[in-house]
Ligand binder design. Structure first.
Ligand code: NAD
Ligand code: G6P
Ligand code: MN
Length: 433
């Protein structure tokens, strides 16, 4: 019988996670689900906990649902631990967006200076969780969603020395859900191969005769709207000539780099108009929690689709079911490279197509990239390593190096001032600096 733990249980995504477990009730002999949060999240936790209980009950299941602020009690003898927490809550995300914006730079949850600071706040907490897991549940699997998901998964492996971890994201899931129909196919008729790092990967697709259909999909999505794009990303079109040269489908987040000027002006306009994405999410969350408090509601409401991370918990549940049942399912996960992308070191985390089974993720070979993508990826991956080391050590010089390397932050005195301002604004969550 399985003990499942979710850290950040007060998240508005929790009903989706519970729905994912219920869908897989035949594959997962669950006994207990523990939802963990902190005092700041206690109110939200009470609501998601009650909602989870109603969902389980209406599915006719006898699973125990526990809510707690005591992380150790939850982790004791856990089988699967998933993480979906936000250090500093949405207030910190507003700062990640607004402060870089006030310097005229792009600030985003996982990109630019905002993404760097989200990593700085989160790495100490995740390493603390890993330390607890070594004592309390040394055989458990850690399924990480906490952003920046790739950098957090890297920190867990490289700095936490914990290898029973899989990092996940909904972006590849959404691409595979939505693209096949554009060329009149079903997902099970296609072969997908992804390679890169979290929020910075590309993919190629083949049909069941072995013919590559990547360009067919590109042509279709070019003529309409970008089908797999999460709600939080503004749909600026990629340059057609660039995609024709690249012959791969970039992920939605590549826009921040390939169309930086347009993404920056759009986001600055939004800030003054409907607010930053964090402020928009506060509104969506408000509506979602009002729904969750309705004691008649016992299923995931459709409004959850307004969140950028829609479907992500489904990936978490599928990864768990695949490990537990040794399903060897094709999934796109953050895991050790092990040669999948020869342009990057073997012993660092990449986000690639893999088979997920009892031993975790086994990455599939993708092969070398062309110079343009290779250059981007090597810069971005090495920047991640610099960010993680800065997050662990609190080394100011390394933090500055990360700022200087980041393509969304021009280098110079203004950027050093931005770093200093963000260090002060985040002080409460940065014990290492
Ligand atoms: P949220 O703001 O609702 O936070 C979730 C919960 O975490 C809150 O209830 C909060 O109180 C709690 N929390 C904060 N610090 C904590 C700590 N130290 N220990 C335990 N709980 C803590 O966040 P959300 O919008 O639901 O997103 C949660 C996380 O998942 C974020 O990091 C977000 O970026 C990430 N996310 C990732 C993906 C993906 O594709 N990988 C998709 C969606 C969300
Ligand atoms: C995306 C990503 C997540 C990100 C989220 C933001 O699709 O994959 O990593 O956290 O959506 O969504 P939000 O609704 O919080 O803006
Ligand atoms: Mn993601």
């Amino acid at each position: 019988a399985l003990k499942m733990v979710t850290i950040g249980g007060g998240s508005s995504y929790t009903p989706e996670l519970i729905e994912g477990y219920i869908k897989r009730k035949k594959q997962l002999p669950i006994k207990e689900i523990w939802l963990v949060d902190i005092p700041d999240g206690e109110k939200k936790l009470a609501i998601t906990g009650a909602m989870a209980k109603r969902m389980v009950k209406s599915a006719g299941l006898d699973w125990e649902v526990h809510t707690t602020l005591n992380r150790s009690a939850a982790l004791k003898n856990a089988d699967f631990v998933s993480t979906q927490f936000r250090v500093g809550l949405l207030e910190a995300r507003v700062k990640d967006e607004r402060i870089p914006g006030s310097y005229g730079f792009l600030g985003q949850e996982t990109n630019g200076a905002g993404g760097i600071f989200k990593a700085f706040r989160t790495v100490p907490v995740i390493l603390d969780i890993v330390k607890d897991m070594k004592k309390l549940c040394p055989n458990a699997w850690l399924i990480n969603f906490t952003n920046p998901s790739g950098m957090i998964t890297e920190a867990i492996r490289t700095w936490g020395k914990w290898d029973r971890v899989i990092g996940l994201c909904n972006v590849p899931v959404m691409a595979m859900m939505n693209e096949p129909a554009t060329i009149g196919k079903r997902l099970d008729e296609l072969t997908y191969k992804f390679a890169g790092i979290d929020h910075f990967h590309w993919h190629r697709v083949w049909d069941n005769t072995g013919r590559e259909v990547t360009m067919d999909i590109i042509n279709k999505i070019y003529d309409g709207s970008d089908v797999g794009l999460p709600k939080n990303i503004f749909d600026v079109k990629f340059f057609r000539e660039q995609l024709q040269q690249m012959k791969m489908i970039p992920c939605g987040y590549h826009r921040y780099y390939y169309r930086e000027q347009e993404m920056l002006s759009h986001s600055l306009e939004e800030f003054n108009d409907i607010g930053t994405r964090a402020q928009q999410v506060m509104q969506i969350e408000h509506e979602l929690f009002a729904l969750y408090q309705d004691t008649n509601l016992d299923h995931k409401p459709k409004q959850l689709a307004e969140r950028g991370g829609a479907h992500y918990s489904d990936a978490a549940c599928e990864a768990i079911a695949s490990i537990y049942n040794d399903k060897r399912t094709h999934m796109v996960v953050s895991t050790m490279n092990n040669g999948s992308i020869p342009d990057l070191p073997d012993d660092h985390v990449v986000e690639v197509s893999a088979r997920v089974g009892a031993t975790g993720a086994i990455p599939l070979a993708f092969g070398p990239l062309q110079p343009a993508e290779r250059g981007w990826l090597q810069l971005m991956k090495n920047m991640e390593l610099v960010i993680d080391e800065a997050a662990v050590t609190g080394d100011y010089g390394l933090a500055l190096q990360a700022f200087i390397m980041n393509p969304l932050i021009p280098s110079g005195q203004k950027s050093k001032n931005l770093l200093d301002e963000m260090l002060v604004a985040n002080k409460r969550y940065l014990p290492q600096f």
